[in-house]
Design a protein around this ligand. Structure first.
Ligand SMILES: C[S@@+](CC[C@H](N)C(=O)[O-])C[C@H]1O[C@@H](n2cnc3c(N)ncnc32)[C@H](O)[C@@H]1O
Length: 250
């Protein structure tokens, strides 16, 4: 891991703290599901631990996986500073071998959209299904793709300021729909310092996955039932301005 990766992890962590993104209202929801679960929980895509550490602070038995060694290192540093034990490891959801049988697997923060090919989406859901004890649940949240929103906002930069180690940076994000047939796009991010210089850039491919596709993917992986909600309070999914929340049962 080099310094850029560590800095990227710190910027990511500051971003999830600073932004009022709809997917950051999820902690109470996943905490409740983990408490209701009959067995340990697994978070897929723990990142720097925004959700994971909150559940560990409550003493919940939970493992985490993530692709990024730098984000996991950041998570461990935060946990060490607070004296919290953590159980996280670097793994890809499309190929991981579960260490144990879980009472809950969850995929917060639109992580599932980062799995972009259909083959990888099927593999990810099969792995998640197989990691669950019979009768237990998988939950995720994402956005419901809206063609009007894509037409109006994709290609347009949006900016947010974050503070990292006492310095202020501007995150300049632009979403592009690269492939309208496969509905796969890229989030381009420039991290700009106070002098206006671009410190680094990231390109994150993501898939726009509809409710119907999730239904097919859940059926394909062998889940027995699933329910969709609009937001984290258990209400119906009625508009694309709501966060799409899905709970599937093994
Ligand atoms: C949007 S962040 C969410 C982080 C954290 N859960 C949160 O809520 O702030 C997505 C995370 O998913 C991870 N990720 C992406 N693809 C993955 C994959 N195939 N397997 C495991 N983790 C993945 C990324 O490395 C990143 O840290």
């Amino acid at each position: 891991m080099d310094d850029t990766d560590a800095f990227e992890a710190a910027v990511y962590d500051a971003w999830t703290d600073a932004s009022d993104l709809p997917w950051t209202e999820d902690v109470a929801f996943y905490r409740r599901l983990a408490r209701e679960a009959d067995g340990p929980a697994l978070e897929v895509g723990v990142g720097t631990g925004r959700v994971y550490l909150e559940l560990r602070r409550d003493g919940i038995d939970i493992d985490g996986i993530d692709l990024s060694a730098a984000r996991l290192a950041h998570l461990r540093e935060t946990a060490d500073a607070e004296g919290i034990d953590v159980s996280v490891r670097q793994a890809d959801v499309t190929t991981f071998d579960p260490d144990r049988e879980y009472g809950l697997v969850y995929c917060p923060a639109r992580v599932f959209n980062l799995v972009t090919s259909l083959a990888d989406q099927r593999a990810a859901l099969q792995n998640i299904h197989d990691a669950l004890a019979p009768g237990s649940r998988f939950a995720l949240n994402t956005f419901a793709p809206d063609p009007h929103f894509v037409a109006e906002t994709y290609g347009e930069p949006s900016e947010i300021e974050v503070a990292v180690d006492g310095a202020t940076y501007t995150l300049r994000d632009v979403m592009e729909l690269d492939d309208a047939i496969e509905r796969v796009g890229t989030q381009h991010r420039e991290v700009v310092d106070a002098d206006g210089d671009v410190v680094f850039e990231t390109e994150t491919p993501l898939a726009l996955v509809t409710k119907r596709e999730f239904e097919l993917l859940f059926a394909d992986a062998g889940f027995s039932d699933w329910t969709f909600y609009g937001g984290f309070d258990g209400g119906p999914l009625e508009t694309t301005s709501q966060e799409l929340v899905a709970v599937a049962e093994r």
